[in-house]
Design a protein around this ligand. Structure first.
Ligand code: HEC
Length: 151
């Protein structure tokens, strides 16, 4: 029984959380823009959209932290919405999800208030902790955002 439910979860995660979708390749052939291609475009959930935004914005934060600069106000977004955003269909997020989201948001605030390689990497570790539970696919991609300590 246990094995069966594990497989079922694996399939549910395959869409957004499987490693196959790690680097969405933009292979668009402008000449052949038929409606057939539209069907292949992956539907991005509200939650996945927030995640992709966070991923991009963390890349920017990384630059500021690396250069030892303050994170500008323009980059201090609120990601509270992740707690209530609609995830990919069939994905079940249990009560633990909100707790992990809160833990992450606290780390994000700490990084913004006190930017350093350590606080920044702690925030990324919070991304990874949640992903270990709910969405393992993008972990390798998130790890690439880390900064080397002791610089
Ligand atoms: C509280 C849990 C949680 C935290 C914290 C979290 N994630 Fe996610 N992440 C998820 C879940 C769940 C999904 C799948 C969303 C869906 O498919 O609807 C996801 C999806 C993603 C995706 C894939 C989006 C796609 O569909 O292509 C990326 C990339 C990602 N997260 C990066 C990050 C980064 C970077 C951080 C930290 C800055 C982070 N996540 C923090 C739970 C979390």
């Amino acid at each position: 029984m246990k094995k069966i439910s594990f497989i079922a979860i694996g399939i549910a995660f395959l869409m957004a959380c499987g490693s196959a979708t790690q680097e969405p390749s933009v292979k668009e052939e402008p000449a052949k823009k038929s409606t057939k291609n539209v069907a292949k475009v992956r539907e991005i959930s509200e939650l996945a959209g927030i995640m992709l935004t966070m991923h991009d914005q963390f890349k920017e934060i990384r630059g500021y932290v690396e250069r030892g600069e303050a994170i500008p106000d323009s980059l201090q977004w609120s990601f509270e919405a992740m707690k209530t955003a609609q995830p990919t269909k069939d994905m079940s997020l249990d009560a633990g999800f909100e707790g992990m989201a809160t833990a992450f948001l606290v780390q994000l605030d700490t990084t913004v208030a006190n930017p350093s390689i350590a606080t920044y990497n702690d925030a990324l570790n919070s991304c990874i902790s949640c992903h270990q539970n709910y969405c393992p696919g993008p972990i390798a991609r998130i790890k690439k955002l880390k900064l080397k300590e002791g610089k």
